[in-house]
Design a protein around this ligand. Structure first.
Ligand code: NAI
Length: 319
């Protein structure tokens, strides 16, 4: 098999994110061991990965240069942690978002890994300090926070613990690039990392606009999907501003006062419950049809759109 990479990747936790990471690494030619505590969970995960890959192949969206069978052959399941860790160069933890559970797993990994193995967490919001402090291999620990679903959305936020070695950051960065993800490096930890801080600012203002009866929930979503979001799929907010004037400084000179005036009206952090939550929730369900079916259809539509967008972005890449 050509394009096979050296060293094993170990995924701890074979749920939604673990499966997607396994597919990403296999698409890059890495041997992947998918570890979970329950055998049934591992078997279901492997079946689901095959199903997902078959669907991707059918729609010509399978990533990487290897065939489906070659990629599948790279992924194996495991319920014995020591076995899973044999020959591991990189561990991606994907267990539920629970600090005690994650700490327990990291202290176990700390006992088994060698000095060159990287221990990486998929956590969405737990800080590296809270998870990795006190570990013997803390210099090898990092957060690599994916965006759901990582197979279609390539961004990965790399967040170091204060004692994480630069070499760990660089190796993780290079690995992510190698498997086709788009890593960004945070210089230090911050609550919510960067993606969620930006996302929460947007959700907060969307909430306020609905609460203040300025706009309906469906229309506020259209402002993003038919307006801002179209640009943001290709350019970030800073470059967008830069191009909307004669450079970023010129944008600040022209629009800075107006932006400050509007920002001053934003008000306190919303409570995220009560009447507005009810109103938004109601608006987002269709009148007819089972709710589970609606969610399934919505997620399938999202994934199809994202995979087409990923293709387009590849074609549109500068240089
Ligand atoms: P999930 O609940 O789908 O999967 C968790 C898996 O961990 C299950 O297969 C479970 O059997 C396994 N598990 C539980 N205890 C274990 C143990 N002691 N050892 C090994 N495996 C164990 O969770 P999901 O959604 O995949 O999330 C995993 C992590 O990824 C969380 O930290 C989450 O915050 C993060 N994340 C999730 C995103 C999402 O949208 N779901 C997006 C980005 C990050």
């Amino acid at each position: 098999m050509n394009d096979l990479q050296e060293g094993n990747i170990v995924i701890i936790g074979s749920g939604l994110i673990g499966r997607s990471w396994a597919m990403v690494f296999a698409s890059g030619g890495f041997r992947v061991k998918l570890y979970d505590i329950v055998q049934e969970q591992v078997s279901t995960a492997l079946e689901d990965i095959r199903k997902q890959m078959e669907e991707l192949k059918k729609s010509e969206m399978l990533r990487g240069s290897l065939s489906l069978e070659d990629q599948m052959a790279l992924v194996s399941g495991c319920t014995d942690l020591k076995d899973a860790l044999h020959g591991a160069q990189f561990i991606q933890e994907c267990v539920p978002e629970n600090l005690d559970l994650k700490r327990k797993i990291f202290s176990e990994l700390d006992r088994y890994v060698n000095d060159s193995t990287i221990i990486s967490s998929s956590t969405s919001c737990l800080s590296p300090t809270s998870m990795f402090s006190g570990l013997q291999h803390v210099k090898n620990c990092i957060v690599a926070h994916p965006v759901n679903p990582p197979y279609y959305v390539p961004l990965v936020e790399l967040v170091p613990h204060p004692q994480t070695e630069m070499a760990t950051v660089e190796r993780t960065y290079n690995l992510m690039k190698k498997v086709g993800q788009s890593p960004v490096k945070l210089m230090k930890e911050v609550d919510g990392f960067v993606l969620n801080r930006l996302q929460y600012a947007v959700i907060s203002e969307a909430w306020r606009l609905v609460q203040d009866r300025v706009i309906s929930p469906r229309d506020v979503d259209l402002v993003m999907s038919e307006g801002l979001g179209l640009r943001y799929a290709f350019l970030g907010p800073l470059e967008t501003a830069h191009l909307n004037a004669e450079g970023f400084k010129s944008y600040c000179e022209r629009y800075g006062e107006g932006i400050k005036r509007v920002l001053a009206t934003f008000g306190p952090v919303p409570e995220f419950d009560g009447e507005t939550a009810e109103k938004i929730d109601q608006a987002l369900w269709e009148d007819e049809g089972d709710k589970d079916d609606q969610l399934k259809a919505g997620r399938e539509y999202r994934n199809t759109c994202l995979s087409h967008l990923a293709k387009l972005k590849k074609e549109m890449k500068k240089n």
